[in-house]
Ligand binder design. Structure first.
Ligand code: GDP
Length: 197
């Protein structure tokens, strides 16, 4: 039940996250892609991911428990111009480590604005996950910003590139709209599959 999600803690680095137990699903995405809105829509709590928007907390990893054994993890947004280069590099190293070493991580959702999918850093994150044999779900959000035809076209193109890269066994994709709640059932199904497997 995603509606039970509640904030439990923030961690400045992967090293300081809660002990390995149960299963978690992490959310990554460029700043402003719509990650907080997607988490809020998923959990039906429009204040939940605001925590991660608090100045000074933008670089923290936020944990939201769903139950004693399952949780959502909100990773810091990437591609944020104001973040110093050294911090960016540290974050990349952290994320890569997290994907490779966090054994309770069941899957990664990569949130992308449907109007600008598969930017350089998105592709890098997807590649790290695939290297780590981590399942990935691409959430093409703000689908309400496009007409149905162009939205479906973008989804098809993204799916084609997944297939061409030979990673369609690990990577799935869908359109989504936090504004309209469109695609919510599909997202819940994918996450439930990860958390219960
Ligand atoms: P984050 O930085 O990735 O957490 O992005 P936010 O969730 O804060 O969203 C960034 C901006 O996009 C905000 O102004 C949101 O209101 C808007 N936004 C997010 N999701 C949607 C959506 O599905 N549809 C529309 N139209 N706007 C959205």
């Amino acid at each position: 039940n995603f509606n039970l999600a509640h904030f439990t803690q923030s961690a400045p680095s992967i090293r300081e996250c809660p002990p390995e137990a149960g299963a978690e699903v992490a959310f990554a995405g460029r700043s402003n892609a719509g990650k907080s809105s997607a988490i809020n829509t998923l959990t039906g709590n429009h204040k939940l991911a605001r925590t991660s928007k608090t100045p000074g907390r933008t670089q923290l990893i936020n944990f939201f428990d769903l139950s004693e054994n399952t949780r959502l993890v909100d990773l810091p947004g990437y591609g944020y111009a104001k973040v110093p280069r050294a911090m960016k590099e540290q974050w990349q190293k952290n994320l890569s480590e997290y994907l490779h070493e966090r054994r309770c991580l069941a899957g990664l959702v990569v949130v992308m604005d449907i109007r600008h999918p598969m930017q350089e850093f998105d592709t890098m994150v997807i590649n790290w996950a695939v290297e780590a044999q981590m399942p990935v779900h691409l959430l093409l959000t703000k689908a309400d910003k496009l007409k149905k035809g162009p939205a479906q076209n973008t989804l098809l193109q993204v799916k084609k590139s997944i297939k061409e890269a030979g990673v369609d066994d690990l990577v799935t994709a869908q359109t989504f709209s936090s504004l309209k709640g469109a695609g919510l059932d599909t997202l819940k199904q994918r996450l439930t599959g990860w958390l219960l497997s």
